[in-house]
Design a protein around this ligand. Structure first.
Ligand SMILES: *Cc1c(COP(=O)(O)O)cnc(C)c1O
Length: 379
């Protein structure tokens, strides 16, 4: 049964996302392709609709997720493209990779032996990408002796097919040619050469995230793929707001005014009397709160909001409702309030909210919950 009684919405302009995808594709050139990484409910944009957009409308052949849960959800939703899980996988879930034909990272012997047994029992081969640890120190095997031992083990097992190699930058968002990123890329190349010298041919070689994709041409050219997504979704690639590819914001987040009232100087608003009015004000109540997955500081620190083409501010936030200042702003109960997006000639961008909240896109959107309608706009 469909329930579309939503208090708030998160709207994605799909043609804008497609255009962003194509801009990134044009930037990386014809010899490199994109692996969209759609983890965390695709950064709050919605896992299944965004996966379908990337696979069916953008032409992505391989999509990456962080967790088996997400990958299996996509298979159950009918997605047939190749799927790679890039995050660490609990051992007791590894059989899902065999059952649902998922590609997984490989970087140590326990998992290698385990998946080989699982694949053998199913009469299948399991496709892996060797994850190289070049300095992130999260997952991965180091080039040299560690890698040699792993490759020897894989050769001795019959049901593992090495199809790729990848690594992940720890610092690529800070600056172009960040020395640590350059060092990681050097180590990545050593690892890839070692894998190839051991006789494995690699269909997928990938190291660039969104930020590195924006500046690291040498790494792009060396790779078969880039793993990018946040920039395609309109998040600035670099920490300082540089976004060299001209990608466009596809998001609008809005909610509704449920009450408007006048308060006098000395009156307070909300729990603990957190906001105190110093002069008479008009306050509107909105139908959105932190239980919708919004970062409370966005509202509690009096972040910006748009009403009928006017820019104003939040006054506070409860679990399901929040307050804004609408003094001298023409508005009525039922009107929209825009948290991100355009209203008249005013605009609030994702980047502005990230700066305001001192938090990144992943934090701010990745937690937005089920009570917020996801709208996919095509025109
Ligand atoms: C999240 C993630 C990406 C995508 O990076 P963005 O720069 O946020 O698009 C790529 N690779 C791995 C391993 C990731 O975890």
């Amino acid at each position: 049964m469909k329930n579309d009684y939503f208090n708030a919405y998160f709207q994605v302009d799909m043609p804008v996302v497609i255009n962003n995808y194509n801009k990134v594709k044009a930037h990386i050139g014809a010899n490199t392709d994109i692996i969209p990484v759609i983890k965390g409910n695709c950064y709050g944009f919605g896992l299944i609709p965004m996966a379908k957009l990337f696979a069916q409308d953008c032409g992505a052949k391989l999509i990456a997720d962080a967790a088996m849960y997400e990958a299996v959800t996509l298979r159950q939703a009918g997605l047939t493209c190749d799927i790679l899980v890039v995050g660490g996988i609990p051992q007791h879930l590894l059989h899902g990779a065999v059952e649902y034909d998922l590609q997984i990272p490989l970087f140590e012997a326990v998992t290698a032996r385990h998946i080989d047994r699982l694949a053998a029992a199913a009469g299948k081969k399991i496709r892996v990408h060797i994850k190289l640890n070049t300095g992130m120190n999260r997952l991965g095997v180091k080039a040299g002796k560690q890698l040699e031992n792993l490759l020897d083990l894989v050769k001795s097992l019959g049901h593992i097919e090495v199809v790729g190699a990848y690594t992940h930058f720890a610092t690529s968002t800070a600056d172009f040619y960040d020395p640590f990123a350059v060092e990681q890329f050097t180590q990545f190349q050593e690892g890839v050469h070692q894998i190839q010298d051991a006789g494995f041919s690699l269909q997928y070689i990938h190291c660039c995230n969104s930020a590195a994709t924006a500046w690291y041409q040498e790494a792009i050219d060396y790779s078969t793929h880039v793993r990018s997504c946040t920039s395609i979704l309109g998040h600035m690639a670099m920490e300082d707001g540089r976004e060299p590819l001209g990608l466009v914001e596809p998001v609008e987040i809005g909610t509704y005014i449920t009450n408007i009232h006048q308060i006098d100087a000395g009156e307070s608003v909300g729990y603990s009397r957190a906001f105190m009015a110093e002069q008479p004000m008009t306050v509107a109540t909105l139908s959105l709160g932190f239980a919708d997955g919004f970062y409370p500081g966005w509202m509690r620190r009096q972040g910006p909001v748009l009403v009928n083409g006017h820019r104003t501010r939040f006054l506070g936030c409860c679990m399901d409702q929040s307050f804004i200042d609408v003094t001298d702003i023409p508005c009525k109960i039922g009107d929209k309030a825009i948290l991100v997006g355009k209203s008249g000639d005013q605009q609030i961008t994702t980047w502005e909210i990230e700066q305001f909240c001192e938090n990144t896109f992943e934090f701010l959107y990745g937690t937005i919950g089920q009570r917020v309608e996801r709208i996919y706009k095509w025109t």
